[in-house]
Design a protein around this ligand. Structure first.
Ligand code: FNR
Length: 380
């Protein structure tokens, strides 16, 4: 019933906020530093004007596409998020199962709270991608790549924008940690959310589950020192060779870096400012998109994320040349609100909005969306 009342991602967001302790909400919702990049992501999407070509309209446009050479039911991809089981105890497994049913890829984070094999088992028939944070200890990363390959993951998404973790001021003020610091405030927050607490207490303990239990890497709070902090183009080739899988480089924010990534062997790039959670004042991915698509041509697929909150936003990105659109927080809000069903609801909202937008734009299929359908207001 709750879910039926949520007719937009904004509704899901507003309703989700009440379902989890404040510190969990702040962790998911926040951007880094002054949150300028996060605000600009939304401002840019709001500046988009969609321009219909009415004489091409069909009642039910075809949303299917291909991503990394394989078919998908629609051009959405679920972005990697750390600690997904904080949003709801069913976590990554619920999200991946929803993605599998919706026919879109799901990306498991290196900082997932579900292991690589467990996730694969929870979403049979799903298109899973694995997001790699390269570790200084390459043996640890090799084990991840090996597991991803063995368990049928289709691609490796190498994230390159997290040399250090961005500073979320609210996390610092909240003393956000796992397990939580038990202060009067956090205890009060937990007491107000018995459903959330009950779920967490009756399921597996929260930890970085892609690493062996008890290992240094599985511990909270040591991640910066263990990650590779000087990623080089050669690392892209290394990931590709060792995994035998297509490599998607995530977190590129200039045309020059996109070219370097593709020259080094990337099959795709994701223009992303990490949802405004890393470099504050970073460029806005959607504004860079036409230039990068133009520079790469047919050499690599270009994906975009950061601030996508509707099918209309997705239509804009596709019209500007994106092969697919990643969403992060929207599915976490759905997960908070209703577990697996909440993620289903979010994916259905996005799918139906994109379908309706394409219908009103007068495009019969995803491939027909083009630069003629979009303009950023305020640009000449
Ligand atoms: C993220 N993101 C992320 N990216 C990544 O490569 N590895 C990770 O572990 C995480 N963790 C993570 C946690 C949380 C709570 C959020 C919200 C995001 C970034 C994510 O993949 C994606 O780039 C953004 O979420 C996209 O922006 P929107 O859709 O959240 O606005």
């Amino acid at each position: 019933r709750r879910l039926a009342r949520a007719v937009s991602i904004d509704d899901v967001e507003a309703m989700a906020r009440r379902r989890v302790p404040g510190a969990v909400w702040d962790y998911v919702h926040s951007g880094s530093d002054a949150e300028i990049a996060m605000a600009r992501n939304r401002e840019a999407f709001e500046r988009v004007e969609l321009r219909p070509t009415v004489f091409g309209a069909v009642a039910t446009p075809d949303l299917t596409t291909t991503m990394l050479g394989r078919p998908a039911a629609s051009p959405f991809v679920l972005a990697p998020t750390g600690y997904t089981r904080l949003s709801h105890h069913t976590g990554e497994c619920a999200v991946a199962a929803a993605a599998a049913d919706a026919g879109v890829p799901y990306t498991l984070s290196t900082y997932a709270t579900t292991s690589i094999p467990d996730l694969a088992a929870a979403a049979p028939g799903g298109r899973n991608w694995y997001q790699l944070y390269l570790m200084r200890d390459r043996g640890v990363s090799l084990a991840h790549l090996e597991q991803a390959r063995v368990h049928g993951y289709e691609a490796v998404m190498l994230t390159v924008d997290t040399v250090v973790t961005g500073m979320k001021r609210k996390d610092r003020r909240n003393g956000f940690a796992i397990p939580p610091e038990l202060t009067p405030r956090t205890l009060a927050g937990l007491a107000r959310h018995p459903g959330w607490v009950g779920g967490i207490l009756t399921s597996e303990p929260l930890r970085f589950a892609t690493f062996p239990e008890g290992s240094e890497h599985a511990r909270w709070g040591v991640s910066n020192a263990l990650r590779e902090q000087a990623i080089r183009p050669e690392d892209i080739a290394w990931v590709k060779e060792r995994s035998g899988l297509p490599v998607v480089v995530k977190g590129v924010l200039t045309t020059q870096d996109a070219r370097v990534a593709v020259d080094a062997g990337a099959d795709a790039v994701v223009l992303s400012n990490h949802g405004g959670r890393q470099l504050d004042r970073a460029p806005v991915p959607i504004e860079l998109l036409p230039e990068v698509v133009d520079a790469l041509g047919d050499r690599a697929e270009v994906y975009v994320d950061s601030g996508v909150r509707s099918g209309g936003d997705a239509a804009a990105a596709l019209a500007m040349g994106a092969r697919g659109v990643l969403v992060g927080r929207p599915y976490l809000y759905g997960l908070m609100l209703g577990g697996r069903r909440g993620v289903d609801a979010v994916l259905e909202i996005l799918r139906s909005e994109l379908e309706r937008t394409m219908c009103l734009l007068g495009v019969p299929d995803v491939g027909s969306l083009g630069p003629q359908h979009v303009r950023l207001r305020g640009d000449s």
